[in-house]
Design a protein around this ligand. Structure first.
Ligand SMILES: [Fe+2]
Ligand SMILES: [Fe+2]
Length: 130
């Protein structure tokens, strides 16, 4: 396990909290796949799953921010886009044989997600509570 969800990550929206927990689960599966020395195909599928789920989550979250008129929506969307772009690049490089999926990639994803929830997602949580 590389990440563990805790109440420190709560954003006061049950659905979004659940999605964050699922993201952590997917990331842990991916990490396990690397540790177990899973096949290239399997690792590719795991990272595809992560990208797909992240996109679904980001869309939900953006809809939520819109629904509460969160003023930081545009900046937040840009953060999501940057993550998708960078992680897609990793995926492309990996599937074309230009990159080995390593702990470095896993750590980037982990650091980004945990930092993003604690710093960016928390902003709309605080705003929506006012
Ligand atoms: Fe989020
Ligand atoms: Fe977010």
């Amino acid at each position: 396990m590389i990440v563990k969800w805790s109440t420190d990550y709560q954003v006061n929206n049950i659905e979004i909290d659940k999605e964050h927990q699922s993201l952590f689960d997917i990331l842990n599966d991916f990490y396990k796949g690397i540790q177990d020395g899973s096949s290239k195909e399997k690792l590719a599928r795991l990272i595809e799953g992560l990208l797909e789920y992240a996109q679904i989550h980001f869309t939900h979250e953006e809809e939520y921010m819109q629904s509460v008129n969160f003023p930081g929506l545009d900046a937040h969307k840009k953060e999501h886009e940057a993550f998708m772009k960078k992680t897609n690049k990793f995926y492309e490089k990996y599937t074309s044989g230009k990159l080995l999926l390593s702990l470095e990639v896993t750590n980037f994803i982990k650091e980004w997600i945990t930092h993003h929830i604690k710093n960016e997602d928390k902003k709309y949580a605080v705003f929506a509570q006012k």
